[in-house]
Design a protein around this ligand. Structure first.
Ligand code: SF4
Length: 188
């Protein structure tokens, strides 16, 4: 079973990739980058556990273009993600992987997930290299691999900032993307 913080449907290419996507925040991260804004996802405890088939069924029902694996650190659950990623690919959907690891650091199961993904965004978040105008990345050291599959010729489009603000029925605000001073003004 995969330890998940939350799942949501998104359509924001700049932050999460092309088309309508199932965005999956995995629970747990052992990397601990300085300045990480997702510290609440570092612990592996209090996860919602879902099977690969549970996730696949949501993806099919929602008719998404693909899934985006976000963190936490997805590859810290690589053994469990191999089956999910294979199922998603077998059903003609795409996979985008965000990971704090570099390729040279990966073991066998981590590399399997990496190799099946259509786009990989790789590398630690480095606070002294932060840049809010990059597509997919939070800091300029992070690399994008569009090595194969559906997005082989994908053109990365830097130069804008994107934030998703979602207000639920109870008035709780969920923020995805970068919290710039302009966005803070809007929230206030
Ligand atoms: S890998 Fe991602 S979730 Fe983990 S500490 Fe770094 S930025 Fe945060």
């Amino acid at each position: 079973m995969i330890g998940i913080y939350k799942i949501k449907i998104v359509e924001n290419e700049h932050l999460y990739g092309p088309g309508k996507r199932l965005l999956i925040f995995l629970k747990g991260c052992t990397i601990h980058c300085k300045g990480c804004v997702n510290k609440h996802l570092w612990s592996f405890e209090d996860a919602n556990f879902m099977s690969s088939n549970d996730v696949l069924n949501i993806a099919i029902k929602e008719n998404v273009e693909g899934i985006t694996l976000h963190g936490g650190e997805p590859l810290d659950q690589a053994c469990k993600l191999v089956e999910l990623v294979k199922l998603i690919k077998d059903n003609n959907m795409s996979v985008i992987l965000f990971t704090g690891y570099k390729k040279k650091e990966l073991n066998k199961s981590k590399i399997k997930v990496w190799n099946m993904a259509d786009i990989v965004i790789s590398g630690r978040f480095e606070i002294d290299k932060i840049n809010v105008n990059l597509q997919f990345r939070g800091s300029s050291n992070q690399r994008i691999y569009t090595h194969k599959g559906k997005y082989k010729n994908y053109k990365v489009n830097d130069g804008k900032t994107s934030t998703i603000l979602t207000l639920d029925n109870e008035g709780n605000l969920d923020i995805n993307g970068f919290l710039t001073s302009d966005i803070l003004k809007i929230i206030k």
